[in-house]
Every structure is written in C-alpha cells, then in structure tokens.
Design a protein around this ligand. Structure first.
Ligand SMILES: Cc1ncc(COP(=O)(O)O)c(C=O)c1O
Length: 439
C-alpha cells in the first residue's frame, strides 16, 4: 500500500466515517435556534466597537467565535514553540494542530489527511492550479470554468490556457445569474474535459448550485471537480461525500475562524496530482499542497470552529456521538434560521423598482448574501448606511466576471448585505429602515 493510501486508511479506521442513516434535525430539543446563546458565543457582540452597527459584511469576513479567539490566545501565550518538538508546549501545540484537522475532517465526512490548511483560498487554488498544470500539460485535455465564480476560482484556471490546455467557459444566464447544469453537458460531450471548477454559490449571485448533480455529470464525463465553497461554508459546513466533489475549498476567516484557507481534497485525486510541497513530504496527503510552512497558531485555532459547532449541537440537540451527524444537524439549524431571517429583506428589495436584486428572491434557494444593483455606484450608499447604523459594503467583491456577465459595470458595483445565522430579525429590520432612508 502506498504511504498516501496507508495514511488515509489509518485515519478512516480511527474515525470510522460511515454515515448512519438518520434524519438530520433528529434530537432537536427546541424548535428554533437560540439566538441569545448563539450571540453569546461571539466576543464581537460584547465589543463597544463591533456591536454598534447591525453587521451585514459577513461575506467579507465573519466575526470569530469565542472558542477560536480563546485557542488563538492560548497558543500565543502558552504554546508558541515549534509544534511537535519535545518541549511540552510543542507537544500540545502539535496535537492541537492535528486536532483541528481531524475534527473538521470528521464533521465533513472525510479522512483527516484529506484536509489541509493554507494562507487563504486564493493561495490554495493557486497551488492546486500549479499541480493541475503539470498533470494536464501536453495531454490535449480541456477544463471547464464558469463566469459565476469569484476570481480565486477562475483566474488561476484560465491561465492554464498558456500551457495549451483548452479552457471552456460555462456561462451564467445574463438576467438571473443562474448557472444551468444543462449548459454544462455540451461542454463535456467530447470527453476531453478533465476538470470542472465551479462555486457552491457565488459571492454575488448567492444561488446554491446543485453540487451533487454537477459533480455526478462531471464524473460521468471523466472530469474531476473543484468547488469553491467560500460563500457557502459559513452557512453550514458541507458533508463532502454527499456533494461528491473531488476538491472543496473554503475560508476559515469567513466561517467563524482565523485567517486560513481550508482545502479538502479526496485521497485518490490528491495522489494523482503532482505534490507541490517539499519533496520529502509527498507521502503525506495533507502536506502535498501546502508549499508554505503552516501558520501554527491559526491552524490550531481552527479546532475552535469544531468546538463551536459542537457547542451549538449540545445546546440545541440531544447527544450524538457521530461528528458528521452533529455537523449535519447544525448545518440544517443554521440554514433554517437564515432562511427565515432574511426573507423580509429579499421581499423588500424585490418590491422596489429602483434596485435590481441579484439572484433568487426565494431565501431557501440562496445563501443570505444579498447583492443589489443600484442606479448609481454602490460604495457611497454603503457609506451612507454606516451613518444609519448598518455596516455593509459596495463594490465588485472580486466577482468582476459575473457582474460583467449580468451587464453590471464592476466600477459601479453592487451593494452587498450579507448575513449569517447570528444575524437577528431586529438587525434585518434596522437594515430595511436604513435602506428606506438612504435609497
Ligand atoms: C466566493 C469566494 N471565493 C474565494 C474567495 C477568496 O478567498 P480568500 O480571501 O481566502 O482567498 C472569496 C473571498 O472573498 C470569495 O468570496
């Protein structure tokens, strides 16, 4: 058995990743999310500075949960020596880094070595694209990219054209921003596509793409899938095997954690791609795509994200030993809360004839990241909203391609109001009142 296979098999034995067939939401103690409890987990809501405005810039970066802040502080005060070294602090620091990887992996239904950390998602896609460049160069292969993606999951792939790899664009509907799987099928028809890169949901369109169906289409055509989950993961960590993709990427700093990019790569694809780290580390899957030395403290602090999910589970549900099922239950709890809370602002915006709501009006079909095109530039309106006690932002959000594809001038940009599960109905009311005053 290869060292990579042995590493993953050992982890699977230790963690037992068989998902029991049990409905999510089973064991719910109450009917709804306890928002007071949720907000008590975030130091920001006790901060004189941060707790002031209603916060709608979560898609830029969420508030970190207390568990992450505490672990980061502990690492810098008590554990800041070389992790894994014989010093007792090196032992506990190294163990904490492993804990972050293995607990998040177990929650997402993958093996520990299938999770690795990098400086950001942009850095992770960059490294992955270097591996794909070597993998596909000179093979006559093609890849598919979308014009719905943030640039992090677009530019690095499009640049592979310089190597003679054919790049095909799967295009959104110019009116709605919808990415239709029916339009992917003809792009895959000749059997030359080896990779399809697409978002779980765009950071401006916000419609949730059917990752499982798209991944199945791609797999049937012999292509691997790379999914940008940055705009989705804050609304519930995914169950990666259920999505069926080969790579899933997201950013911890938008998911209640520290400034890290998290890369999930399934073991067989990770083994097929040429390693990008130090050559002697190539036998370890979680080191193959991390050429930079890891940020020890931040990796360790990512265990706080798992603590937070577990704290939410323990508060709302009866005890469940399987981390994957706990994560699924918390995912559904977060989504249900968000869908209810943002519906009024979607209705309000859809009813105005001086703004264009981007993406679906139905809260259940989208992430609660709400972008609108205004008659003029968005940035001054965001400035005016802060004067009304609402923090959001205007601009292109590095989603230049989708904005252009929908006929929105990126220099004018969109006003983006993004919420997560800790956003309250009162925050949404403040937003609506502020929008009424400013627009
Ligand atoms: C959808 C999406 N993908 C990728 C990224 C890039 O993530 P990072 O900042 O970790 O590079 C962002 C950042 O805003 C994003 O919104």
């Amino acid at each position: 058995m290869s060292p990579l296979k042995a590493e993953v098999a050992e982890d699977r034995c230790a963690n037992g990743h068989g998902l029991k067939a049990r409905p999510t939401g089973a064991g719910l103690k109450g009917k709804r999310m306890d928002l007071e409890f949720v907000r008590s987990q975030f130091p920001a809501f006790d901060s004189d500075v941060l707790a002031g405005p209603a916060f709608f810039e979560n898609a830029g970066g969420s508030f970190p949960c207390r568990q992450v802040v505490d672990r980061l502080h502990r690492f810098y005060t008590d554990r800041k020596v070389q992790p894994g070294s014989p010093h007792p602090a090196g032992q506990s620091g190294g163990a904490e880094m492993d804990e972050a990887r293995s607990r998040l992996a177990a929650m997402m239904g993958v093996a520990g070595p299938e999770v690795s950390f990098g400086p950001s998602t942009s850095a992770n896609t960059y490294v992955l694209a270097q591996a794909v460049r070597l993998w596909l160069r000179g093979t006559g292969a093609a890849i598919v990219v979308t014009n719905q993606d943030h640039e992090a999951n677009a530019g690095v792939w499009r640049r592979l054209a310089d190597e003679g790899i054919e790049v095909r664009e799967w295009q959104i509907d110019p009116e709605t921003g919808h990415l239709d799987p029916a339009d992917l099928q003809p792009l895959l028809a000749d059997g030359r596509v080896r990779l399809v890169a697409f978002p779980h949901c765009s950071n401006v369109v916000a419609e949730i793409n059917d990752v499982a169906a798209i991944s199945a289409l791609a797999r049937a055509a012999g292509a691997r899938t790379v999914v940008d989950g940055v705009s989705y993961a804050p609304h519930g960590l995914p169950d990666v095997p259920a999505l069926g993709c080969d790579v899933y990427l997201f950013s911890a700093y938008k998911t209640y954690g520290p400034h890290q990019g998290i890369l999930v790569i399934r073991a067989d694809f990770g083994a097929e791609l040429p390693a990008q780290g130090h050559g002697f580390n190539a036998g370890s899957l979680y080191k193959r795509f991390t050429p930079a030395g890891p940020d020890h403290a931040q990796v360790a602090a990512c265990a706080g994200m798992a603590d937070y999910i577990d704290a939410l589970h323990a508060h709302h549900f009866t005890s469940e030993p399987d981390p994957r099922l706990r994560n699924r239950a918390v995912h559904d709890l977060m989504r249900a809360q968000e869908v209810t809370v943002i519906a009024p602002v979607l209705d309000y915006l859809a009813a105005r004839n001086d703004v264009r709501l981007v993406g679906p009006r139905d809260a259940a079909r989208r992430a609660p990241t709400v972008a609108v095109e205004l008659q003029g530039p968005a940035e001054p309106v965001a400035q005016a909203l802060i004067g009304q006690g609402v923090a959001c932002w205007g601009g292109d959000f590095y989603a230049v391609r989708p904005l252009e594809a929908m006929g929105i001038d990126p220099r004018k940009g969109v006003l983006r109001m993004s919420s997560v599960h800790y956003t309250s109905a009162a925050d949404v009311q403040r937003l609506i009142v502020a929008l009424d005053a400013v627009l």
